[in-house]
Design a binder for this molecule. Structure first.
Ligand SMILES: Cc1cc2nc3c(=O)[nH]c(=O)nc-3n(C[C@H](O)[C@H](O)[C@H](O)COP(=O)(O)OP(=O)(O)OC[C@H]3O[C@@H](n4cnc5c(N)ncnc54)[C@H](O)[C@@H]3O)c2cc1C
Length: 300
Protein backbone atom coordinates (compact mmCIF):
# COMPACT_ATOMS: atom_id res chain seq x y z
CA UNK A 1 0.00 0.00 0.00
CA UNK A 2 1.61 3.28 -1.14
CA UNK A 3 0.53 5.21 1.97
CA UNK A 4 2.44 2.99 4.39
CA UNK A 5 5.49 3.01 2.10
CA UNK A 6 5.32 6.80 1.93
CA UNK A 7 5.49 7.16 5.70
CA UNK A 8 8.56 4.87 5.70
CA UNK A 9 10.27 6.53 2.71
CA UNK A 10 9.60 10.27 2.75
CA UNK A 11 12.38 12.31 4.34
CA UNK A 12 12.16 15.99 5.29
CA UNK A 13 8.46 16.04 4.51
CA UNK A 14 5.56 16.91 6.80
CA UNK A 15 2.82 14.34 6.06
CA UNK A 16 -0.82 14.93 6.97
CA UNK A 17 -3.58 12.37 6.47
CA UNK A 18 -7.04 13.55 5.34
CA UNK A 19 -5.92 17.18 5.14
CA UNK A 20 -8.91 19.39 4.19
CA UNK A 21 -7.96 21.03 0.89
CA UNK A 22 -10.34 23.90 1.65
CA UNK A 23 -7.56 25.05 4.00
CA UNK A 24 -5.07 25.08 1.12
CA UNK A 25 -7.08 26.91 -1.55
CA UNK A 26 -8.20 30.53 -1.68
CA UNK A 27 -11.73 29.38 -2.71
CA UNK A 28 -12.00 27.71 0.71
CA UNK A 29 -13.97 24.78 -0.72
CA UNK A 30 -13.15 21.15 -1.44
CA UNK A 31 -12.75 17.80 0.27
CA UNK A 32 -9.64 16.21 1.79
CA UNK A 33 -6.38 14.94 0.33
CA UNK A 34 -5.79 11.29 1.09
CA UNK A 35 -2.32 12.46 2.19
CA UNK A 36 -0.82 15.94 1.97
CA UNK A 37 2.97 16.22 1.90
CA UNK A 38 4.91 19.40 2.59
CA UNK A 39 8.52 18.94 1.46
CA UNK A 40 10.89 21.03 3.54
CA UNK A 41 13.76 21.22 1.04
CA UNK A 42 14.19 21.08 -2.74
CA UNK A 43 16.04 17.75 -2.38
CA UNK A 44 13.11 16.33 -0.37
CA UNK A 45 10.70 17.48 -3.09
CA UNK A 46 12.78 15.86 -5.85
CA UNK A 47 13.14 12.57 -3.94
CA UNK A 48 9.41 12.52 -3.27
CA UNK A 49 8.66 13.13 -6.97
CA UNK A 50 11.11 10.38 -8.00
CA UNK A 51 9.34 8.01 -5.60
CA UNK A 52 5.88 9.05 -6.80
CA UNK A 53 6.98 8.32 -10.37
CA UNK A 54 8.46 4.91 -9.51
CA UNK A 55 5.37 3.84 -7.55
CA UNK A 56 2.90 5.41 -10.03
CA UNK A 57 1.07 7.18 -7.20
CA UNK A 58 -1.63 9.63 -8.34
CA UNK A 59 -0.50 13.11 -7.27
CA UNK A 60 -1.50 16.74 -7.42
CA UNK A 61 0.72 19.77 -6.87
CA UNK A 62 -0.50 22.76 -4.94
CA UNK A 63 1.27 26.07 -4.64
CA UNK A 64 -0.77 28.77 -2.98
CA UNK A 65 -4.03 27.18 -4.20
CA UNK A 66 -5.25 30.46 -5.72
CA UNK A 67 -6.21 29.02 -9.09
CA UNK A 68 -7.69 25.72 -7.98
CA UNK A 69 -11.18 24.42 -7.38
CA UNK A 70 -11.09 21.10 -5.53
CA UNK A 71 -14.30 19.07 -5.81
CA UNK A 72 -16.16 18.13 -2.61
CA UNK A 73 -14.94 14.50 -2.56
CA UNK A 74 -11.32 15.67 -2.32
CA UNK A 75 -8.34 14.04 -4.01
CA UNK A 76 -7.61 10.30 -3.92
CA UNK A 77 -3.85 10.28 -3.86
CA UNK A 78 -0.95 12.40 -2.72
CA UNK A 79 -1.17 16.17 -2.70
CA UNK A 80 2.23 17.85 -2.66
CA UNK A 81 2.10 21.33 -1.21
CA UNK A 82 5.00 23.55 -2.30
CA UNK A 83 4.88 26.30 0.28
CA UNK A 84 6.91 28.56 2.46
CA UNK A 85 9.70 26.06 3.18
CA UNK A 86 10.61 26.36 -0.51
CA UNK A 87 10.14 30.12 -0.55
CA UNK A 88 13.68 31.45 -0.76
CA UNK A 89 14.31 34.55 -2.91
CA UNK A 90 17.80 35.90 -3.42
CA UNK A 91 20.06 37.83 -5.76
CA UNK A 92 22.80 35.93 -7.59
CA UNK A 93 24.82 38.44 -9.59
CA UNK A 94 22.28 40.24 -11.76
CA UNK A 95 19.73 37.45 -11.45
CA UNK A 96 16.84 37.26 -9.01
CA UNK A 97 16.40 33.58 -8.14
CA UNK A 98 13.15 32.50 -6.51
CA UNK A 99 12.14 29.05 -5.32
CA UNK A 100 8.80 27.63 -6.44
CA UNK A 101 7.06 28.19 -3.10
CA UNK A 102 7.89 31.90 -2.87
CA UNK A 103 4.78 34.08 -3.05
CA UNK A 104 4.77 36.58 -5.92
CA UNK A 105 4.19 39.38 -3.40
CA UNK A 106 7.48 38.43 -1.72
CA UNK A 107 9.38 38.09 -5.02
CA UNK A 108 8.10 41.51 -6.16
CA UNK A 109 9.02 43.07 -2.81
CA UNK A 110 12.58 41.69 -2.97
CA UNK A 111 12.86 42.93 -6.57
CA UNK A 112 11.75 46.42 -5.50
CA UNK A 113 14.12 46.38 -2.50
CA UNK A 114 16.93 45.72 -4.99
CA UNK A 115 15.68 48.50 -7.33
CA UNK A 116 14.68 45.98 -9.99
CA UNK A 117 11.72 46.93 -12.19
CA UNK A 118 9.39 44.75 -14.28
CA UNK A 119 7.66 42.72 -11.59
CA UNK A 120 5.18 45.22 -10.19
CA UNK A 121 2.35 43.69 -12.28
CA UNK A 122 2.66 40.43 -10.32
CA UNK A 123 2.78 41.89 -6.82
CA UNK A 124 -0.99 41.56 -6.23
CA UNK A 125 -1.41 38.10 -7.81
CA UNK A 126 -1.85 35.80 -4.78
CA UNK A 127 0.08 32.86 -6.22
CA UNK A 128 3.40 31.12 -5.72
CA UNK A 129 6.21 31.46 -8.23
CA UNK A 130 5.69 27.82 -9.32
CA UNK A 131 1.94 28.22 -9.85
CA UNK A 132 2.51 31.51 -11.68
CA UNK A 133 5.03 29.95 -14.07
CA UNK A 134 2.69 26.99 -14.66
CA UNK A 135 -0.21 29.36 -15.46
CA UNK A 136 1.90 32.08 -17.12
CA UNK A 137 0.03 34.39 -14.77
CA UNK A 138 -0.35 37.99 -15.83
CA UNK A 139 -2.00 41.32 -15.11
CA UNK A 140 -1.91 44.97 -16.19
CA UNK A 141 -0.07 44.20 -19.43
CA UNK A 142 2.65 42.04 -17.83
CA UNK A 143 2.96 38.27 -17.66
CA UNK A 144 5.49 35.79 -16.30
CA UNK A 145 6.83 34.95 -19.79
CA UNK A 146 8.22 38.50 -20.04
CA UNK A 147 10.38 38.25 -16.91
CA UNK A 148 11.60 34.64 -16.89
CA UNK A 149 15.17 33.90 -17.94
CA UNK A 150 15.19 30.19 -17.09
CA UNK A 151 13.25 27.71 -14.97
CA UNK A 152 14.72 24.78 -13.02
CA UNK A 153 12.29 21.87 -13.30
CA UNK A 154 11.98 18.36 -12.01
CA UNK A 155 11.09 16.00 -14.86
CA UNK A 156 10.71 12.20 -14.89
CA UNK A 157 14.13 12.20 -16.62
CA UNK A 158 15.90 14.30 -13.99
CA UNK A 159 16.28 17.94 -13.04
CA UNK A 160 16.64 20.29 -16.03
CA UNK A 161 17.04 23.97 -16.75
CA UNK A 162 14.64 25.27 -19.40
CA UNK A 163 15.23 28.68 -20.98
CA UNK A 164 12.26 30.95 -21.51
CA UNK A 165 12.01 29.98 -25.19
CA UNK A 166 11.65 26.31 -24.18
CA UNK A 167 8.73 27.02 -21.82
CA UNK A 168 5.95 27.01 -24.44
CA UNK A 169 4.38 30.10 -22.88
CA UNK A 170 1.05 31.36 -24.26
CA UNK A 171 -2.00 33.04 -22.79
CA UNK A 172 -2.39 31.36 -19.37
CA UNK A 173 -0.42 28.44 -20.79
CA UNK A 174 2.97 26.79 -20.38
CA UNK A 175 4.43 23.48 -21.52
CA UNK A 176 4.16 22.31 -17.88
CA UNK A 177 0.47 21.69 -18.60
CA UNK A 178 1.33 18.98 -21.12
CA UNK A 179 4.29 17.46 -19.32
CA UNK A 180 4.85 15.93 -15.91
CA UNK A 181 7.31 18.64 -14.94
CA UNK A 182 7.47 20.55 -11.68
CA UNK A 183 8.90 24.03 -11.17
CA UNK A 184 11.66 24.06 -8.54
CA UNK A 185 12.98 27.59 -9.02
CA UNK A 186 13.30 30.32 -11.64
CA UNK A 187 15.66 33.11 -12.56
CA UNK A 188 13.96 36.40 -13.36
CA UNK A 189 15.40 38.99 -15.68
CA UNK A 190 14.48 42.47 -14.50
CA UNK A 191 15.74 45.96 -15.30
CA UNK A 192 17.42 48.40 -12.97
CA UNK A 193 14.89 51.01 -11.90
CA UNK A 194 14.15 53.55 -9.22
CA UNK A 195 13.15 51.92 -5.92
CA UNK A 196 10.50 54.43 -4.82
CA UNK A 197 8.93 54.55 -8.30
CA UNK A 198 8.66 50.75 -8.33
CA UNK A 199 7.12 50.72 -4.84
CA UNK A 200 4.56 53.37 -5.73
CA UNK A 201 3.59 51.46 -8.91
CA UNK A 202 3.04 48.33 -6.78
CA UNK A 203 0.92 50.31 -4.35
CA UNK A 204 -1.14 51.89 -7.12
CA UNK A 205 -1.86 48.54 -8.80
CA UNK A 206 -2.88 47.04 -5.44
CA UNK A 207 -5.29 49.95 -4.93
CA UNK A 208 -6.80 49.26 -8.36
CA UNK A 209 -7.33 45.61 -7.40
CA UNK A 210 -8.95 46.51 -4.10
CA UNK A 211 -11.34 48.96 -5.73
CA UNK A 212 -12.37 46.66 -8.62
CA UNK A 213 -12.14 43.10 -7.26
CA UNK A 214 -14.19 41.40 -4.51
CA UNK A 215 -11.11 40.61 -2.40
CA UNK A 216 -13.28 40.44 0.72
CA UNK A 217 -14.65 37.05 -0.46
CA UNK A 218 -12.83 33.76 -1.07
CA UNK A 219 -12.38 33.06 -4.79
CA UNK A 220 -9.82 31.94 -7.33
CA UNK A 221 -9.71 35.30 -9.11
CA UNK A 222 -11.10 35.52 -12.67
CA UNK A 223 -12.90 32.23 -13.10
CA UNK A 224 -12.94 32.23 -16.91
CA UNK A 225 -10.26 32.91 -19.48
CA UNK A 226 -10.64 36.02 -21.61
CA UNK A 227 -12.40 34.80 -24.78
CA UNK A 228 -10.79 36.13 -27.96
CA UNK A 229 -12.18 39.60 -28.72
CA UNK A 230 -14.23 39.81 -25.49
CA UNK A 231 -13.96 40.35 -21.76
CA UNK A 232 -15.38 37.53 -19.63
CA UNK A 233 -16.76 39.92 -16.99
CA UNK A 234 -18.59 42.05 -19.59
CA UNK A 235 -20.14 38.99 -21.29
CA UNK A 236 -21.41 37.72 -17.93
CA UNK A 237 -22.71 41.14 -16.86
CA UNK A 238 -24.47 41.69 -20.21
CA UNK A 239 -26.16 38.29 -19.80
CA UNK A 240 -27.73 39.70 -16.61
CA UNK A 241 -25.81 37.37 -14.34
CA UNK A 242 -24.22 39.79 -11.86
CA UNK A 243 -25.24 38.55 -8.41
CA UNK A 244 -26.47 35.22 -9.85
CA UNK A 245 -26.37 32.73 -6.95
CA UNK A 246 -26.67 28.98 -6.44
CA UNK A 247 -26.28 27.79 -2.84
CA UNK A 248 -23.31 29.67 -1.42
CA UNK A 249 -21.64 30.47 -4.76
CA UNK A 250 -22.24 33.74 -6.54
CA UNK A 251 -21.20 35.84 -9.52
CA UNK A 252 -19.76 38.87 -7.75
CA UNK A 253 -21.85 42.06 -7.75
CA UNK A 254 -18.58 44.00 -7.78
CA UNK A 255 -16.87 42.25 -10.73
CA UNK A 256 -18.79 39.74 -12.86
CA UNK A 257 -15.57 37.93 -13.85
CA UNK A 258 -15.22 36.70 -10.27
CA UNK A 259 -17.16 33.66 -9.08
CA UNK A 260 -17.03 33.97 -5.29
CA UNK A 261 -17.61 31.79 -2.27
CA UNK A 262 -20.29 34.11 -0.92
CA UNK A 263 -21.60 32.04 1.92
CA UNK A 264 -20.17 28.61 2.80
CA UNK A 265 -20.31 27.38 -0.81
CA UNK A 266 -19.61 23.80 -1.77
CA UNK A 267 -17.59 22.97 -4.88
CA UNK A 268 -20.86 21.64 -6.36
CA UNK A 269 -22.41 25.13 -5.92
CA UNK A 270 -19.44 26.70 -7.71
CA UNK A 271 -19.63 24.18 -10.56
CA UNK A 272 -23.39 24.74 -10.92
CA UNK A 273 -22.89 28.50 -11.22
CA UNK A 274 -20.04 27.90 -13.71
CA UNK A 275 -22.26 25.71 -15.94
CA UNK A 276 -25.23 28.09 -15.74
CA UNK A 277 -22.99 31.00 -16.79
CA UNK A 278 -21.45 29.02 -19.66
CA UNK A 279 -24.92 28.03 -20.95
CA UNK A 280 -26.48 31.49 -20.70
CA UNK A 281 -23.51 33.32 -22.25
CA UNK A 282 -23.36 30.76 -25.08
CA UNK A 283 -27.11 31.05 -25.68
CA UNK A 284 -26.93 34.84 -25.88
CA UNK A 285 -23.64 35.40 -27.68
CA UNK A 286 -22.39 32.11 -29.11
CA UNK A 287 -19.19 32.53 -27.06
CA UNK A 288 -17.90 29.42 -25.27
CA UNK A 289 -16.44 30.42 -21.90
CA UNK A 290 -13.45 28.34 -20.87
CA UNK A 291 -12.25 28.05 -17.24
CA UNK A 292 -9.03 29.67 -16.19
CA UNK A 293 -9.39 27.93 -12.80
CA UNK A 294 -8.07 24.34 -12.69
CA UNK A 295 -10.76 21.91 -11.48
CA UNK A 296 -9.43 18.82 -9.68
CA UNK A 297 -10.54 15.96 -7.45
CA UNK A 298 -13.75 13.93 -7.34
CA UNK A 299 -17.37 14.69 -6.53
CA UNK A 300 -18.76 13.67 -3.18
C1 LIG B 1 -8.08 37.39 -5.71
C2 LIG B 1 -7.32 36.74 -6.83
C3 LIG B 1 -6.77 37.52 -7.85
C4 LIG B 1 -6.07 36.91 -8.90
N1 LIG B 1 -5.55 37.71 -9.88
C5 LIG B 1 -4.86 37.13 -10.89
C6 LIG B 1 -4.29 37.94 -11.93
O1 LIG B 1 -4.36 39.16 -11.92
N2 LIG B 1 -3.65 37.30 -12.94
C7 LIG B 1 -3.51 35.94 -12.99
O2 LIG B 1 -2.90 35.42 -13.94
N3 LIG B 1 -4.04 35.16 -12.02
C8 LIG B 1 -4.70 35.71 -10.98
N4 LIG B 1 -5.23 34.92 -10.00
C9 LIG B 1 -5.11 33.44 -10.11
C10 LIG B 1 -3.86 32.85 -9.42
O3 LIG B 1 -3.42 33.68 -8.36
C11 LIG B 1 -2.71 32.63 -10.41
O4 LIG B 1 -3.08 31.74 -11.44
C12 LIG B 1 -1.48 32.07 -9.70
O5 LIG B 1 -0.38 32.11 -10.56
C13 LIG B 1 -1.66 30.63 -9.21
O6 LIG B 1 -0.56 30.30 -8.38
P1 LIG B 1 -0.74 29.28 -7.17
O7 LIG B 1 0.58 29.08 -6.54
O8 LIG B 1 -1.83 29.71 -6.28
O9 LIG B 1 -1.14 27.99 -7.99
P2 LIG B 1 -2.14 26.83 -7.53
O10 LIG B 1 -3.53 27.36 -7.54
O11 LIG B 1 -1.67 26.19 -6.31
O12 LIG B 1 -1.97 25.84 -8.77
C14 LIG B 1 -2.34 26.22 -10.08
C15 LIG B 1 -1.82 25.17 -11.05
O13 LIG B 1 -0.40 25.20 -11.04
C16 LIG B 1 0.14 23.92 -10.73
N5 LIG B 1 1.36 24.16 -9.92
C17 LIG B 1 1.47 24.79 -8.73
N6 LIG B 1 2.75 24.84 -8.33
C18 LIG B 1 3.47 24.21 -9.31
C19 LIG B 1 4.86 23.93 -9.49
N7 LIG B 1 5.78 24.29 -8.60
N8 LIG B 1 5.25 23.27 -10.61
C20 LIG B 1 4.34 22.88 -11.53
N9 LIG B 1 3.01 23.11 -11.41
C21 LIG B 1 2.59 23.77 -10.33
C22 LIG B 1 -0.96 23.22 -9.93
O14 LIG B 1 -0.85 21.82 -10.01
C23 LIG B 1 -2.21 23.75 -10.64
O15 LIG B 1 -2.50 23.00 -11.80
C24 LIG B 1 -5.92 35.49 -8.93
C25 LIG B 1 -6.47 34.71 -7.90
C26 LIG B 1 -7.14 35.33 -6.85
C27 LIG B 1 -7.70 34.48 -5.74
Amino acid sequence: MWKNKLFETAKDCVLIEKAPLSDYTTFRVGGPAEILAKPQTEEALCSLLDWVKSEAVPFLLIGNGSNLLVRDGGFDGLVIHIGNALGDVRMEGNCLIAQAGALLSKVATVAADNSLAGMAFAHGIPGSLGGAVYMNAGAYGGEMSQIIEWVRVWTPDGVKKWNVDEMGFGYRHSRLMEENAVVLAACLKLQVGEREAIRSQMKELMQQRKSKQPLEYPSAGSFFKRPQGHFAGALIENAGLKGFTIGGAQISEKHAGFLINHNHATAADVLNVMRAVQEKVFEETGVQMENEVRIVGKDQ
